[in-house]
Structure formats: structure tokens, C-alpha cells
Design a protein around this ligand. Structure first.
Ligand code: PMP
Length: 407
């Protein structure tokens, strides 16, 4: 019936069963990175214990096993985001590297002075800085899609910001600071109508939402395994074949070539053209265990339970005197930022840690957004499907404790 057995699920996450500063750990920093189920850790261990070998060029059995497992992970990603072809799935180090890859290769090949790159007001620095760097090199211009105070993009501004000068629309699917789910399908259609290419930062979306890159019609979609209950050090860059084919490679080295002479070289076919050097084999393989694990629970059930947690937390938070909730979009995921005018977020974070509660404080790599909101930073609690209402009670009690101390 879609109801999750949270006690059973929590058994798969041994890290949650510990005390921090004498209190049960409450891990509410899931937007920074998610915890890994034992199935993921075991996949890592099994690879190193049984199959470790370099991939693709090996003739021996271990190399064949490692290659098969690595490529099986590519298939799992392809299916989970509904890419049309497995060759459209490129393994990177993370969302950051995927975006930099596109900005450096597609961007330098296609942008000229006066062209416009449109990003939203709520981008993570990793979907802002690469475009600034590209703009500095090409004399292209970065334009901002504005939002309202709740953290919702202003739909009525789309047509004035996205124009025939727009060559790239780069927008986050879900805001890491606000939790807002952006209307990216509509944005992508607007961008395509003026002939622009689109890149969606899916870092915060993949753990909460079903992703269908073909339905969205995204040209690029980038995300990180570590925010999807998988290992660190692995990212996915999805790109449409025709665009990837037309792009120059990113890094040069082994694997990405077809033929090399002293004078020149030709490049390998997709996806290897963009996968220079020995990849993060073990972690890519373990990503499949994470995808299988999430599929076994189901994103719909995850989302509905996470919403229960969010509603419960917000109902308690909004009653706290002097609190300002940041990020109140109608359509959002289980992330809640907040500030107090009289208690610094860093002080609050330290007290919460003493009470066993892990939250994130600061600008969340969204400094421009902090300026837009008129704050220097926020406290952010982000919930995953292994969290509970009892943990939220412990979190709220810790906030009251901090208030008592600082007021
Ligand atoms: N975009 C968003 C919205 C994020 O939340 C993050 C991670 N905080 C990133 C990009 C960057 O991801 P990574 O550090 O894994 O490359």
C-alpha cells in the first residue's frame, strides 16, 4: 500500500544507529549527502575483494567481470532516467564536473560575445560559476531568471529573459537551499522555442523525483551518485547523442581516443570520448546497488513519506517565536531552511550538534541567493526516507534549548 516500514529500512543504514555527544544521532543533512545502505557498502567491498581490475581493455577474467559490472551500472542509470541510449550516459566525478564539462566543451565551441546564458536566481555555485567563467572567456552574458520571496521562479518573466539571444538555459531542477521544484519542463520548452540548449542540474532532484529526461526533453541533465544514496566521487552527465557527438572532448588521455600518432589523434565513440583515464570503477559499480535499493522502495512512496516529515517539521517550526522560514514554494521537496534574527545560524548549528542533530548552516553554496533573500546564511534541515517524526521532535527540542541559551 506504499507505506514504508521505517524500522526495517533503518536496519539497512548502520551509520544511523550511533550516539553523537551522548544523544541519538539525528541526521538531517541529507541534501549535502545521503547515507549509504549496507547494500552499497557491500557492493564496494565485493568489488575490491573479488573483481578488482582495470576495465575495457583487459583480456582476462577479472577485467571482463569488472567491465561488465561497470557497464551494467550505465544501463541501470539509463533506465532510471529513461535515456534513449546507454551511450548518452557519461560517468563523471559529480554534478560539478558534468556542468564544467558542458561549459568548457559545448560552451567554448558555441558561444560568442553577446550571446546569453540564462540561469536561475537559486543556482548552486556549481551551476553559476562555470557559466561566469565561460562568460569571462567568450564575452557572453549571464542573465538571471528571477523568483518570488517564497522561492518560486517567476513564470511571467520567462519570456522577457529567454530571448533569441539565449544560447544556454542552465537551471536547477530542485533548489538545495529552498527545496523548490522548478517548472523545468516548461522552461526547457521555452528555451527550445528560441533555439537554446538546456542543462538541468539534477543534484537535488534525483533522490526525490522520478526523472525522465526524454519527457523533460532536457539536452543535458547532471547529478551526483552521493546524493542518491550511492558513493561519493561519481557523477552522471546525461546528454542527447547528437549534441554530444558534435562536442569536442573534455580531457585527453587513455580510453577517450580511437587512434593516436606522434602527430595527431582521433577520438573514441560515445560515451568513452568523455571518459578519459581510469574511471572510479568501484564507486560506479556500487551506484547500481543504490539505484536497485531505491527502486525496491519506490520514489513515489519515498516522496509521500518525506512530505509527511516535511509537513510535520514545518508545523512545529512555524510556531517558534522569531523564526523566518526560507523556501515556502508550493511545490517542494523535504528541505527546510530557516533563520532567526537574534541567533546566528552557526551558533544554532553548534548547539544542535551537541544535541546529536546534524543540520547544515551557512550559504549552502548559493551566495547570490543569500543576497536575494537578504540573509548571510540559513540553517537547513533536509529529510530522507530513513528519518522519523521522533527525530524531528529531538530536533525541535534542541532548537528550543538553543533559544533558551541565546535569548
Ligand atoms: N547542484 C546542487 C543543486 C547541489 O545541491 C549540489 C551539491 N550540494 C551540486 C550541484 C554539486 O554537487 P557535487 O558537489 O556532488 O558536484
Amino acid at each position: 500500500d506504499g507505506t514504508l516500514n521505517i524500522d526495517r529500512i533503518r536496519e539497512d543504514f548502520p551509520i544511523l544507529h550511533q550516539e553523537v555527544n551522548g544523544k541519538p544521532l539525528v541526521y538531517f543533512d541529507n541534501a549535502a549527502t545521503t547515507q549509504k545502505p549496507i547494500q552499497v557498502v557491500e557492493a564496494l567491498t565485493a568489488y575490491y575483494l573479488n573483481d578488482n581490475a582495470n576495465i575495457h581493455r583487459g583480456i582476462h577474467t577479472l577485467a571482463e567481470r569488472a567491465t561488465a559490472a561497470f557497464e551494467a551500472s550505465r544501463d541501470a542509470v539509463k533506465t532510471s532516467i529513461n535515456a534513449k541510449e546507454r551511450e548518452e550516459v557519461i560517468f563523471t566525478r559529480g554534478t560539478t564536473e558534468g556542468i564544467n564539462l558542458v561549459a568548457s566543451t559545448w560552451g567554448l565551441a558555441n558561444l560568442k560575445a553577446g550571446d546569453e546564458i540564462v540561469v536561475s536566481a537559486m543556482e548552486h555555485h556549481s551551476n553559476m560559476v562555470p557559466w561566469h567563467m565561460l562568460a569571462q572567456r567568450t564575452k557572453a552574458v549571464v542573465k538571471i531568471l528571477p523568483m518570488n520571496d517564497a522561492g518560486e521562479l517567476l513564470v511571467e518573466a520567462f519570456d522577457t529573459i529567454i530571448t533569441s539571444k539565449t544560447k544556454m538555459l542552465a537551471c536547477t531542477h530542485v533548489s538545495n537551499t529552498l527545496g523548490s521544484i522548478n517548472p523545468i519542463k516548461e522552461l526547457i520548452a521555452k528555451a527550445h522555442a528560441v533555439g537554446a540548449i538546456t542543462l538541468i542540474d539534477g543534484a537535488q532532484a534525483v533522490s526525490h523525483l522520478d526523472i525522465d529526461v526524454q519527457d523533460l526533453d532536457a539536452d543535458f541533465y547532471a547529478f551526483s551518485a552521493h546524493k542518491l544514496y550511492g558513493p561519493t566521487g561519481v557523477g552522471i552527465l546525461y546528454g542527447k547523442r547528437a549534441i554530444l557527438e558534435a562536442m569536442p572532448p573534455y580531457q585527453g588521455g587513455g580510453e577517450m581516443i580511437s587512434e593516436v600518432t606522434y602527430e595527431s589523434c582521433t577520438y573514441n565513440e560515445l560515451p568513452y570520448k568523455f571518459e578519459a583515464g581510469t574511471p572510479n570503477i568501484a564507486d560506479v559499480i556500487a551506484l547500481k546497488a543504490a539505484i536497485d535499493y531505491i527502486n525496491s522502495i519506490g520514489k513515489a512512496a519515498i516522496r509521500s513519506y518525506e512530505h509527511e516529515l516535511l509537513d510535520y517539521a514545518v508545523s512545529k517550526l512555524k510556531d517558534i517565536e522569531g523564526i523566518r522560514l526560507i523556501g515556502t514554494a508550493k511545490d517542494k521537496v523535504s528541505v527546510q531552511s530557516f533563520v532567526f534574527s537574534d541567533i546566528h545560524h552557526q551558533d544554532l548549528g553548534i548547539i544542535l550538534d551537541q544535541e546529536g542533530v546534524a543540520i547544515r548552516t551557512g550559504h549552502h553554496c548559493t551566495q547570490p541567493l543569500m543576497g536575494r533573500l537578504g540573509v548571510t546564511g540559513t540553517s537547513r534541515a533536509s529529510f530522507a526516507f530513513y528519518n522519523t517524526k521522533e527525530e524531528i521532535d529531538q530536533f525541535i527540542a534542541a532548537i528550543y534549548k538553543a533559544i533558551k541559551l541565546f535569548r
